[in-house]
Write a protein that binds this ligand. Sequence first.
Ligand code: ADP
Ligand code: MG
Length: 325
Amino acid sequence: MENKKLLSVKHLSRFYGSLSAVNNISFHLNKGEVLGFLGPNGAGKSTTMQVITGNLAPSAGQINIYGFDLLDSAKQAKANIGYLPEQPPLYRELTVDEYLSFCAQINRIENTKQKIALEKAKERCGLTEVGKRLINNLSKGYQQRVGIAQAIIHNPAIVVLDEPTVGLDPIQIKEIRNLIRELAEDHGVILSTHILPEVQMTCDRVQIINHGQLVYSDDINHLHQRMRSNSLILGLNHAPSEAELKSLNFIDEVEVLSNSRFRLSHAIENSPSENIAQIAADKNWGLFEIRPEQKTLEQVFVELTSGDVIADEADTEEYNGASAA
Ligand code: ADP
Ligand code: MG
């Protein structure tokens, strides 16, 4: 198989009393990809992240991490996964170096290799300059980098990040997203988020969870295609009649928005933009705007979450275990 699965989850469920927070979900993570785990608040993202990282027991299901069963071979399985929880476990009274040394120890990195591991994690997360600073005195963006550094310090094959950009400002968000993309060069990454554009900007594949169930799983490009709509906005300073617009090639409907602006509907596979721009120039319509409309991710999300639950991949695909390299 070309794509080695770093992680395979089958029929995972988790109950809190009678509440089914995660209900029979199956998914996998391939090498070199960022998988977006998208869903509204309360959907079951954090519960899933806690279970697949061995921090919460599943009620049912199997989790295989890098060839190791999480329940049967917990130690080896956990050595291959790094986790940034929703509330990062930072010790604020420590310096970055002190904290990351501590993390190296609890991840059982050999004494002689701890310093190298620490330097490498700091370098990857852009923390080299702040090793001596108290975590408490760092900005929220830098604290989040420290959280990511502790997740990768033992160089795990898989990195799980639960809502890593929440509470950051736009510049910090951009930096953390870049860092996540870089991580994917050497690790498989699972990123949970309730923010749709985050998935669009950072992930290769997206999986949508709602009420504890997976409702969608696909390549990010397919999600982009789903966002294509079948209309465009046209702005003309010297507009012709509505009838003339409607008689243009490929146009199904014309909606008049104002004296100079129109919404034109067309078949999704035939964009009339080029044709219209040409005619508008020839006929001096005073073209000032021509813009394909896109569905918002919110609209797509509503369409997807009101649909049927996707087929369970575990029924059709067999786990092809990735052996420890
Ligand atoms: P998300 O991370 O997508 O917001 P969670 O996994 O945190 O969702 O929560 C899923 C559901 O499980 C929610 O209904 C939440 O209220 C419930 N839940 C989460 N943690 C607990 C807990 N420790 N005890 C009881 N219910 C919980
Ligand atoms: Mg959560």
